[in-house]
Design a binder for this molecule. Structure first.
Ligand code: AQP
Length: 326
């Protein structure tokens, strides 16, 4: 049995990058009987940027509903919110005491996010990867399915597990990231040199899973393209590669087949085809999402937190015992 753990922050509506880079892989892993999956809504992480309380509360439920609507079955996988299991914070503190300032300073996401928001470089943002390590290590996680941007954080979780085990004896399973090549880094529609991100300044950067098909179509039609007119990817075509990648993952057709399909046609036809595919996906997703009530998802989270807590308490008791605290 392999333990799988991953999460998404409830910072906004999720976008196609979150789905294609992470949750699509969760669904595939969760379908395999050999895997025991835990999917968390990492709400404590979201606090590193100010969140309107009422919006945050709604977003936590919305992210959990999104997991279900994208194909995670709560009868098979454990789904809960990070703040419901206080052991995450307890273990986070313990790991803070063995994490080095230097290794956290090297984290690319910290550098990017602190450069974007110079007025709010808070301690939580700096320690974010340590709390993420606690999330992972608390559950004896073997595999962490994430997008490329989270690879460095999973590496830190590995380093901290090894360091703790060396200091106090075998305690933590050393986790590995699972990053699928396709979709690992979905880029912004308005700037293919940066990843698609929920907190991007312009909403034209991403396709939100809650965008109406009309809005999504507009964003696709407006998406940056490369010079030339041929629908053929290549090293000098970052914008087209990105759109081809999205199209391929949503439709199941290979990039080569798509290039054949659009041979002799221009970007306009290609973008229309992509918008049609995105529309199919969004309508299907949103129908499922809207069928889940707040009460229903709250019940899923409460039950999931109960299951997660049992594992977390056992682990934190072991950790306390090892380090000599009560
Ligand atoms: N553009 C992306 N391409 C592929 N995977 C992505 N992920 C995020 N963006 C892309 C993956 O989605 C999972 C959840 O991410 P998160 O919510 O924890 O935070 P993030 O990585 O910081 O994502 P965002 O969208 O950029 O959120 P904000 O703007 O709030 O920080 C992770 O597995 C991530 O790799």
């Amino acid at each position: 049995m392999s333990r799988i753990f991953s999460g998404v922050q409830p910072t906004n509506n999720l976008h196609l990058g979150n789905y294609l880079g992470a949750i699509k892989n969760w669904v595939e892993l969760a379908a395999q009987p050999k895997n025991d999956c835990i999917f968390c809504v990492v709400d404590l992480h979201a606090l590193t940027v100010y969140q309107e309380p009422e919006i945050l509360r709604a977003n936590i439920l919305a992210v959990a509903k999104t997991y279900l609507a994208l194909g995670i079955d709560p009868a098979k996988s454990t789904i809960f919110a990070q703040s419901q299991v206080k052991e995450h914070v307890q273990l986070g503190w313990v790991l803070n005491t063995i994490a080095k300032m230097g290794e956290l300073e090297r984290m690319t996401q910290f550098k990017d996010k602190s450069a974007q928001n110079k007025n709010n470089i808070n301690l939580g943002l700096f320690a974010y990867p340590v709390l993420m390590a606690a999330d992972i290590l608390l559950y004896d996680t073997n595999l962490v399915p994430v997008g490329e941007d989270q690879k460095q954080h999973v590496e830190l979780a590995r380093d901290l597990a090894l360091r703790f085990n060396k200091l106090y004896g075998e305690t933590f399973v050393v986790p590995e990231s699972v990053i699928k090549k396709d979709g690992a880094r979905v880029m912004g529609l308005d700037d293919p040199s940066k990843k698609m991100s929920k907190s991007a300044v312009s909403a034209n950067n991403y396709i939100s899973l809650m965008d109406t098909p009309a809005v999504a179509r507009k964003k696709i039609m407006k998406a940056v393209t490369d010079s030339g007119a041929e629908v053929k990817g290549g090293a000098d075509k970052p914008a087209l590669n990105n759109l081809l990648g999205i199209y391929s993952l949503l439709s199941g057709a290979s990039v080569k087949d798509l290039e054949k399909q659009y041979a002799g046609k221009g970007y306009g036809d290609f973008k229309t085809g992509l918008a049609d595919e995105v529309e199919k996906f969004l309508v299907n997703f949103q129908n499922k999402f809207n069928a889940i009530s707040d009460k229903g998802i709250e019940k899923v989270l409460t039950e999931g937190a109960g299951k997660a807590r049992q594992l977390a308490v056992a682990k934190i008791n072991l950790v306390k015992n090892k380090i000599g605290i009560l």
